[in-house]
Design a binder for this molecule. Structure first.
Ligand SMILES: [Zn+2]
Length: 276
């Protein structure tokens, strides 16, 4: 296996014993995340192997660019990157970055809408890496509601630990004037998803709620975040995740103290064993 350059073999210690952790992964939390991805429980004496097929890794993250528009809500900061030190005149290249906690592909922590809710730095990272369930609702039109009847065919595979991704196909309009006209999730459908135990919902739109109305209710936000869950917004390439066998997604945020949201580098890969 080690001869294949497309594979990386990671040795995993027991969940309970962290004294023999491989120097490849020195952080116990990361070890636990990897174990959860596989759905495995290891014994103290066995170091099982995780084979990650990197040829399958998909980037679900929009590009943050200073030359093309980055869609943001009215009043939210957009993205900028200003060089403050430049080769060859200076010793190195360094940029000053400016962006909001909800700029680009990002996640919302419960505290975004819920008083007393968890902040980004308080999230359990293990909930943000896991098996993905992609709901294919690409037939929905601008400002059309996604109701439970559209997605109930997947209800048997919605459960605790599954990351539900809503694929509308709207990410193709990123940077265009109609990007905010996307379909949106009905609140009763959101209640049913959360009722199944799901606590992480992602979408390839600005929001799972309708955007651009005079009286936004943020109803889906309040339901998911109110249940202690997390929402990922402005994802892309969810159509390609539909093609993956047993997809796993990672939505890890920056470690920002007492913050309501954070940019993420969202990726997905197949957890299927064997040749791909
Ligand atoms: Zn947000």
């Amino acid at each position: 296996m080690l001869e294949n350059k497309d594979e990386v073999v990671v040795r995993m210690p027991s969940l309970r014993t962290t004294s023999h952790i491989s120097p490849l992964i020195p952080i116990p939390d990361i070890v636990n995340i990897v174990s959860i991805c596989l759905g495995e429980r290891t014994s103290n004496s066995i170091l099982p192997l995780l084979v990650v097929h990197f040829r399958d890794m998909l980037d679900l993250t929009h590009l943050l660019s200073t030359s093309t528009p980055v869609p943001v809500f009215d009043g939210h900061p957009t993205y900028s990157a200003s060089p403050i030190s430049c080769l060859p005149h200076d010793a190195s290249n360094v940029h000053a970055l400016s962006l909001g906690s909800h700029t680009g592909t990002h996640i919302d922590a419960p505290w975004h809408f819920i008083e007393g809710g968890k902040t980004i730095d308080q999230l359990d990272l293990r909930t943000l890496v896991g098996r993905a369930l992609v709901l294919d609702v690409r037939g929905k039109k601008a400002h059309e509601k996604i109701v439970w009847e559209d997605i109930e065919k997947w209800e048997d595979v919605m459960h605790e630990g599954v990351i539900v991704l809503i694929c509308t196909g709207w990410s193709r309009y990123w940077g265009k004037s109609n990007y905010g006209d996307h379909p949106y999730l009905d609140t009763s459908a959101a209640e049913k998803i959360v009722g199944k135990g799901v606590r992480v919902i992602g979408c390839d739109t600005m929001s799972p709620d309708e955007v651009g109305t005079d009286n936004p209710t943020h109803g889906v936000h309040r339901i998911v975040l109110g249940a202690g869950g997390v929402i990922a917004e402005n994802l892309c390439n969810l159509e390609q995740v539909l093609e993956l066998i047993e997809p796993v997604v990672s939505l890890l945020p920056l470690r920002l103290e007492r913050c309501d949201g954070s940019p993420i580098r969202a990726v997905a890969w197949s957890s299927a064993q064997g040749p791909v």
